[in-house]
Design a protein around this ligand. Structure first.
Ligand code: TRP
Length: 452
């Protein structure tokens, strides 16, 4: 298939796919979500299962998603339509990319609000407000933000504005330059912060918590959280990687590119853990604090550093950019589809979708401001959306997509797509996807739901 078939362009070099996919993967999920989900799920046990999930589920499904995108070089919805027509499959398979797009859309409604918090903290860092914070003043700084819907609305709106502008451009331009600087810079600053945090905080207890494994911590809830987070963190299960795969050069090995993305994603999450947990134990912050964990512990260390305001400003700036490069991947599926199918301008499509996300985001933001208002099942608006997307939608889409790739589509077609790898690697991947990833996802998700 000629490379120029793709309407939206191709990444200008094979490496750019890695940067773009890495930019989508590395985001708030690594720095904000990973530490608190780990804290809520017993530390070491979660980490161990999480690593297994990355290998047994995350990587194979990521490869599946990217290959599917690259075979047809079109947006995910048309790709699945096209593939099911060519291979005489049921046309209902098109539900998979639709569900994927909806998941991304829903995730963005709360992702944008949390990105807004990062922007608010960027402002505080620049203003030097972190100096001399202790546990209680850091907590009250966070509580003040949560009780100011006006401020949250301002940052949420600004963030969505940036998302719309960026997705409105073609993602194969612009984005790549940004991420090329972002990822290395983020890793360097996290390394620096982690060393400092281990020096001033309680490194021994943090390492013990992160890496100590005990059987009794292992429950189905922990495993479900690990599967859900592995999908979330790698951005699979909502078609973002699917869409990015469509812009990938045929010269690149999909498996190698995906393995690198998984490695970088895990590295950033681990570094974030090593920054946060020594402080959490030194300052006796509750490890199960939930979404506030990162925002309460980070300013303490930034305030204690000699060059605190400077390092803090850079850190939160990088975090906001990381969030932005993830957020744009959540809208890419529908924007690419509207653009290719109905010839709607990318900016126009992004504005319509982004506007709707912005609107729903206001409800999420109000649920933080009025944290105690529990709507359904004892969960507030944010918790409801977060749990529904991570624990239900992402696994369901990932399962359906894997079944489509592993069982429904002809094997030689995939093999041709993955030709850059040796044959035995292809066999390996195909078998792992069929006999490990899918059964594991089905088993765990169902068991987790019925609360075994
Ligand atoms: N992976 C991103 C993070 O860790 C979030 C993200 C971007 C995402 N695109 C996604 C999550 C698609 C699920 C699905 O912050």
């Amino acid at each position: 298939m000629p490379e120029n078939r793709c309407l939206q362009g191709i990444w200008s070099s094979p490496w750019i796919f890695i940067f773009a996919a890495g930019g989508s993967a590395v985001g708030l999920g690594n720095i904000w979500k990973f530490p608190y989900v780990l804290g809520e799920n017993g530390g070491g046990a979660f980490l161990m299962v999480y690593c297994l999930c990355l290998l047994a589920v995350g990587l194979p499904v990521l490869i599946a998603e990217v290959s599917l995108g690259r075979t047809v070089r079109s947006n995910p919805i048309d790709t699945v339509n096209d593939l099911s027509e060519r291979n005489l499959l049921h046309s209902r398979w098109v539900i998979v990319p639709w569900l994927a797009g909806i998941t991304g859309f829903l995730i963005l409604t709360f992702y944008s609000v949390i990105s807004g918090w990062s922007m608010a903290y960027l402002e505080r860092a620049v203003a030097g407000q972190f100096a001399g914070l202790d546990q209680s003043s850091a907590q009250s700084m966070f509580d003040t933000l949560l009780s100011s819907p006006g401020e949250m609305l301002f940052w949420h709106s600004l963030f969505m504005f940036l998302v719309i502008l960026t997705v409105g451009q073609s993602v194969t331009r612009g984005l790549s330059t940004l991420v090329r600087i972002l990822l290395p810079a983020l890793i360097i600053i996290l390394l620096f912060l982690a060393s400092y945090s281990m020096l001033v905080g309680n490194a021994a207890e943090a390492i013990d918590f992160l890496f100590r494994w005990s059987w009794q911590d292992l429950t189905f809830d922990v495993v479900l959280a690990a599967v859900g987070h592995a999908l979330f963190s790698l951005s699979v299960g909502m078609g973002a990687m699917f869409a990015y795969g469509a812009y990938m050069s045929k010269r690149m090995s999909i498996a190698r590119a995906c393995a690198i993305v998984v490695g970088v994603d895990l590295l950033v999450a681990l570094l974030a853990g090593l920054v946060i947990f020594p402080l959490v134990f030194a300052f006796q912050i509750d490890v199960e604090a939930g979404p506030s964990l990162t925002f309460v512990s980070l300013p303490i260390i930034l305030g204690a550093l000699p060059a605190g305001p400077f390092v803090g400003a850079i850190f939160f700036l990088l975090l906001v950019i990381a969030a932005l490069t993830s957020a744009i991947s959540m809208l890419e599926l529908f924007v690419a589809w509207m653009h290719e199918k109905y010839y709607i301008g990318r900016l126009q499509a992004a504005t319509m979708l982004g506007g709707a996300v912005w609107f729903i985001g206001i409800a999420v933001l109000m649920s933080f401001a009025d944290w105690d208002s529990k709507l359904i099942f004892g969960l507030n608006g944010f918790e409801l959306l977060d749990k529904f997307t991570t624990l239900i939608m992402l696994p369901v889409v990932a399962i359906l997509l894997s079944v489509l790739v592993a069982w429904a589509l002809p094997r030689d077609m995939l093999q041709k797509e993955l030709i850059t790898q040796q044959v035995n690697h292809f066999q390996w991947w195909h078998n792992v996807l069929k006999y490990i990833s899918i059964p594991v996802m089905v088993l765990i998700t169902v068991a987790g739901w019925i609360g075994v």
